[in-house]
Design a protein around this ligand. Structure first.
Ligand code: SF4
Length: 261
C-alpha cells in the first residue's frame, strides 16, 4: 500500500476520487492493463496521485500514477496526468552512462574520432606551460611563445601538471613499471640497458622508451626501474656455454648409397 502525506494538507475530494482516476486510466490504457488500487500520494495543494498496479505483460513491478486535482471551491475532481512509473520491484534499464565515460583504452580504432573537451584538465594552453616546463612562463618570456603559436609553430595545448601526474601513475603502476612481473627476474633495470632510448621533457627523468625488438616492451615507455630478461648486459653466468663441436671424422671404410639420375 503506497500512502504518504507530505506537508500539503490532504484534500478529501481528491483522495476519495479513486473511481474517477480508475475510469480515466481504463479509458486511456484499457481495463486489462489496470490492476488494484495501491494507494495515493499527496503531491500538493488539492493535488493527489492515485497509484494502480500495472497488469501489462512484461511490466511486472510497474505502477500507473493518475494525478487528480480540484479547483478551489469546486467539488468536481479532474484528471491531470497519467503516467507509468517503475515501482521498487520493477525491472528497469541500467543508468545511462555517457559515451565518453564508456570509452576504454584501445577502443579508438582507425577512422574514429574522440574529441577532447576544451576544459580537459589534462591539458593547458601551449603558451601557459610548455611541456619542457613545470611552471608558467613569466610575462616577459611569453611573447616569443605566443608569436610562435600564431605562425603555426608549437602546439595549441600541452600536458598540464595533472595530465603528467595521471600519465606517470598509469605508466609507473602498470606493466611497464617496477612492479611488472617481467621485472622481477630481470638481471638489471632499464636505466642501465643499452636498448633504452632517452626521452625529452619533464617525464624523461623517470621514463624512456625500450628499443629492443625481442623485448616484450619494445616500442613502449618504460620506467628506469623497470627491467626484463632481454637487458643488453644480461650476464650469462650460470648458463652453460654452447657445447663445442667435436672434430670431424673421415670415414674411409663405410659408404653411403647415393641415388643417381
Ligand atoms: S630490453 Fe628490457 S631492460 Fe632493456 S630497455 Fe627494454 S625492457 Fe628495459
Amino acid at each position: 500500500m503506497v500512502t504518504s502525506v507530505r506537508r500539503h494538507r490532504p484534500d478529501a475530494g481528491c483522495i476519495e476520487a479513486v473511481d474517477v482516476a480508475r475510469a480515466a486510466l481504463v479509458d486511456a490504457v484499457g481495463a486489462a492493463a489496470v490492476g488494484d488500487h495501491l494507494g495515493h500520494e499527496v503531491e500538493g495543494e488539492r493535488l493527489v496521485s492515485h497509484v494502480f498496479g500495472c497488469d501489462r505483460p512484461g511490466y511486472r513491478g510497474w505502477q500507473w500514477s493518475v494525478v487528480v486535482t480540484r479547483a478551489s471551491r469546486q467539488r468536481d475532481v479532474t484528471v491531470n496526468e497519467i503516467a507509468l512509473l517503475p515501482g521498487d520491484a520493477a525491472l528497469v534499464s541500467p543508468v545511462w552512462v555517457p559515451y565518453r565515460e564508456r570509452v576504454r583504452p584501445g577502443d579508438v580504432g582507425p577512422g574514429d574520432l574522440l574529441p577532447t573537451d576544451d576544459d580537459d584538465p589534462r591539458l593547458v594552453p601551449g603558451w601557459l606551460a610548455g611541456d619542457e616546463r613545470t611552471e608558467p612562463l613569466p610575462d616577459d618570456d611569453l611573447a616569443p611563445v605566443v608569436v610562435a603559436a600564431e605562425i603555426g609553430l608549437g602546439r595549441a595545448r600541452v600536458l598540464s601538471l595533472e595530465g603528467r601526474d595521471l600519465a606517470t601513475a598509469r605508466w609507473y603502476g602498470g606493466e611497464h613499471g617496477p612492479d611488472a612481473a617481467v621485472t622481477q627476474g630481470a638481471p638489471a633495470s632499464c636505466a642501465s640497458c643499452g636498448f633504452l632510448v632517452r626521452m625529452a621533457g619533464p617525464l624523461s627523468t623517470v621514463f624512456g622508451v625500450c628499443a629492443n625488438e625481442v623485448a616484450i616492451d619494445d616500442g613502449r615507455v618504460v620506467s628506469f626501474d623497470h627491467g626484463c630478461g632481454a637487458h643488453s648486459e644480461a650476464n650469462p653466468k650460470g648458463v652453460p656455454p654452447s657445447l663445442a663441436l667435436p672434430e670431424p671424422v673421415l670415414d674411409t671404410v663405410g659408404f653411403d648409397d647415393v641415388e643417381s639420375f
